[in-house]
Design a protein around this ligand. Structure first.
Ligand SMILES: Cc1cc2nc3c(=O)[nH]c(=O)nc-3n(C[C@H](O)[C@H](O)[C@H](O)COP(=O)(O)OP(=O)(O)OC[C@H]3O[C@@H](n4cnc5c(N)ncnc54)[C@H](O)[C@@H]3O)c2cc1C
Length: 332
C-alpha cells in the first residue's frame, strides 16, 4: 500500500483504572496543531473495559473521533492483548501518524506496534512538526543529548512516536463538544503467561517533583551534601520541592525520582531555581517549559543563562543563604 493511502492522526488514549493519563490531553493539543497543518482527522484510540465514558473528555480536548475497543482482556494494561488490539485497529484504519505518551506503558506498547506494523518509531520526542518539504518530523535529543535531532520516517507508515509528558499545554476543554464514537470489537485473549491480580497507586510521599509549582534544583557545582540544606530551606520557604541535575543523584545525595532531565523526570513548575547547574541539553529537556527560570551560577557564560528569565552570577554559598534570609525577613 502506498504511504499516501495512510490517513489520519491517532493519539493512543492511555488510561489506567478508568483515568486518562494527563499526557494524553497534552498530546491531543499538539495533534490539533498537526491536524491544522494536514487537515487530517484527529482520532483518539481508547482501549480498556467499561471506559467508554472517557470519550467525552477526549472530544472536549480536541479529538474529532474516538475509536473505542472494550474487552475484559483489556481491563488492565497487559502488553500482548493491547498490542493485538491496537495492531488490528491500525491495520484496519491505516492512520498516517500514531502518538503515544512516553510513559512506562507507552514505552512498552509503542515498540511492540513498531514490530507488528513494520514501521518506524521515535522514542521520547519533545516536539513534533512538519519541515519545509511537508515531512512530519519528531524532535528528540540524540548522540547522548548533545544535539536535538529531527527524526523523519520517510517511507514506512504509520509514523510513530512516544512523546514526553509535560511538553505541551492541553487546550481549554471545549464544553459539550461531541464527535464520532466508533465502537470496535477486537479479537484479543488474556495474556497466557501472567494475570494482573491487583493494581495499587504509587505511594505519595508528598515529595514528588512532578506537578510541583516551585522547584529548587541543585547541580554538580554544589560541593558537599551538607550544602543542600540551604536549598532545601529555600524550597520549603517557597512551598516548593528540592530537585537535582543528574550528578547529585549519581552521588547518591538524592533519589532518582528527584532527577530532572532526559533520563529523569520532566517538570513544568511556575518557578524553577537552578543552583550551580550548567544547563546541559539533557537537563534542559526536563525543565524547558517552566514558567519562570531563575539561575545562580558563578560562570558568566553558563548555558543555563541562555534559557533563564533571571540570572545571578555568583557563588551559591553566599547567594542562597542571603535569599533565604531575605525571604524570612519579609515573611516575619
Ligand atoms: C544519555 C544521557 C542522559 C542524561 N540524562 C541527564 C538527566 O536526565 N539530567 C541531567 O541533569 N543530566 C543528564 N545527563 C548528564 C548531562 O550531560 C550533564 O553531565 C549534567 O546535566 C551536568 O549537570 P550539572 O549542570 O549539574 O553539572 P556541570 O555541567 O558540571 O555544571 C556545574 C555548574 O556549576 C557551576 N558552579 C560550580 N561551582 C559553583 C558555585 N560555587 N556557585 C555557583 N555555581 C557554581 C559551574 O559554573 C557549572 O556551570 C545525561 C547524559 C547522558 C549522556
Amino acid at each position: 500500500m502506498a504511504k499516501e493511502d495512510y490517513k489520519g492522526i491517532w493519539v493512543f488514549a492511555e488510561q489506567q483504572n478508568g483515568v486518562l493519563n494527563p499526557a494524553v490531553l497534552e498530546i491531543l493539543a499538539k495533534a490539533l496543531e498537526l491536524k491544522a497543518h494536514t487537515g487530517e482527522e484527529l482520532t483518539a484510540v481508547l482501549l480498556g473495559d467499561c471506559v467508554g465514558s472517557l470519550a467525552e473528555t477526549l472530544f472536549a480536548y480536541g479529538a474529532d473521533q474516538v475509536i473505542l475497543a472494550e474487552d475484559k482482556a483489556l481491563a488492565s494494561y497487559s502488553a500482548r492483548p493491547y498490542e493485538a488490539a491496537l495492531t488490528q485497529l491500525a491495520e484496519k484504519y491505516k492512520p498516517s501518524i500514531i502518538l503515544y505518551a512516553a510513559t512506562s506503558l507507552g514505552r512498552d506498547l509503542a515498540p511492540r506496534l513498531m514490530v507488528t506494523l513494520k514501521t518506524g518509531l521515535t522514542a521520547d520526542a519533545i516536539d513534533l512538526g512538519f519541515d519545509r518539504d511537508e515531512v512530519f518530523y519528531q524532535t528528540t535529543p540524540a548522540y547522548g543529548g548533545s544535539i536535538l535531532a529531527h527524526i523523519v520516517i520517510l517511507e514506512a507508515r504509520p509514523q510513530m512516536a512516544t512523546v514526553r509528558p509535560m511538553m505541551f499545554e492541553p487546550i481549554e476543554p471545549r464544553t459539550g463538544a461531541t464527535g464520532k464514537l466508533i465502537t470496535e470489537t477486537v479479537d484479543v485473549k488474556a495474556d497466557p503467561d501472567y494475570e494482573v491480580l491487583e493494581t495499587a497507586p504509587k505511594q505519595d510521599t508528598g515529595d514528588a517533583i512532578e506537578g510541583a509549582a516551585v522547584i529548587v534544583a541543585g547541580g554538580r557545582g554544589i560541593k558537599e551534601e551538607a550544602d543542600l540544606a540551604p536549598l532545601k530551606e529555600l524550597a520549603s520557604l517557597l512551598d516548593g520541592k528540592l530537585a537535582a541535575s543528574r550528578p547529585l543523584v549519581d552521588n547518591g545525595w538524592l533519589p532518582h525520582e528527584k532527577q530532572i532531565g532526559q533520563s529523569g523526570t520532566t517538570v513544568k513548575p511556575k518557578f524553577i531555581f537552578n543552583v550551580a547547574i550548567s544547563g546541559s541539553v539533557q537537563y534542559q529537556v526536563g525543565m524547558q517549559n517552566a514558567g519562570c527560570v531563575i539561575s545562580v551560577n558563578h560562570t558568566k557564560g553558563a548555558p543555563i543563562f541562555d534559557i533563564s528569565h533571571y540570572g545571578v552570577i555568583g557563588d551559591y554559598k553566599s547567594v542562597i543563604p542571603a535569599l533565604v534570609e531575605e525571604i524570612k525577613n519579609r515573611k516575619a
